[in-house]
Design a protein around this ligand. Structure first.
Ligand SMILES: C[S@@+](CC[C@H](N)C(=O)[O-])C[C@H]1O[C@@H](n2cnc3c(N)ncnc32)[C@H](O)[C@@H]1O
Length: 249
């Protein structure tokens, strides 16, 4: 029997044009595509009808189908039947995408796999908003952190240390904890007048950018009803946004 294989592929942050050539080529040959919520629908619509597409995303609070544990099983079962399986994830699969956990399960099951990195929202979304995350004059270091942590996890973000450790802080999944995050940064020594940008649904036609400071952003986020998916950028590079904004959504 033909040997199956799983490709763990990053679909990019939203704009379908940001899918890599390698990803596009493998998707067209797939038998099964197992995909998440933040995948641009245009990417899937253009694919051959014979490909079985399995949605495994979940809305916040709806953990009904299928649970995270079920995903590796779906991948393994299909690969064992000799199929070319694509596990398609938003952005890059190894950045806050549980890609590491999924390939560990594949390795345990003895399933052949390959990883195709994607363009991460952490860098592309600020870029589409006109924010270079480094700049020779304003920022020589960047940290990418999650704003939503599993409370049972032993390794947690030390916001207070982070506050003065790097020039630019990029926060994913941080909207629900925005107030607490910004407060911890101030407690850790971050100047409350440090510029902050929040970019919602970046790289798509719904992209919206809100600019303020560590002091003002919590109130602005409520006033503008800011919602996920969004990227929070903290640092002086945000001051360039007005000058460098280019994307017309
Ligand atoms: C589970 S993480 C996955 C990140 C993904 N692996 C990546 O590399 O972009 C989901 C978070 O990524 C961010 N995100 C993904 N796509 C986005 C977009 N188009 N605009 C703004 N934020 C986005 C949001 O913070 C969202 O809550």
């Amino acid at each position: 029997m033909k040997k199956g294989k799983v490709y763990l592929i990053g679909a990019g942050p939203g704009d379908p044009g940001l899918l890599t050539t390698k990803a596009r080529e493998i998707l067209a040959r797939a038998d099964v595509i197992v995909y998440d919520r933040l995948i641009a629908r245009q990417i899937l619509r253009g694919l051959p009808k014979r490909i079985v597409k399995v949605y495994v995303g979940k809305r916040s609070g709806n953990h009904s189908i299928p649970g995270q544990d079920a995903i590796p099983r779906i991948l393994v079962t299909n690969a064992e039947k000799g199929r070319l399986v694509v596990r398609l994830k938003g952005g890059d699969p190894f950045l806050f995408g549980r890609g590491g956990e999924e390939v560990q399960k594949l390795r345990e099951a003895g399933v052949d796999f390959e990883v195709v990195p994607g363009i991460t929202s952490a860098l592309a979304v600020p870029a589409y908003a006109g924010i270079p995350v480094t700049h020779r004059k304003y920022a020589s270091s960047v940290a990418i952190v999650t704003g939503h942590e599993d409370p049972s996890k032993s390794k947690r973000v030390d916001w207070k240390k982070l506050a003065t450790a790097v020039d630019t802080i990029i926060i994913l999944m941080g909207i629900h904890n925005l107030q607490a995050i910004l407060q911890s940064l101030v407690e850790g020594g971050c100047n409350a007048e440090t510029p902050v940008a929040i970019v919602e649904r970046g790289t798509t036609k719904h992209q919206r950018v809100t600019v303020g400071t560590v002091r003002t952003m919590t109130v602005q986020a409520v006033e503008r009803r800011i919602e996920p998916p969004a990227i929070i950028v903290v640092g002086d590079v945000v001051n360039l946004q007005k000058e460098l904004s280019w994307f017309k959504s």
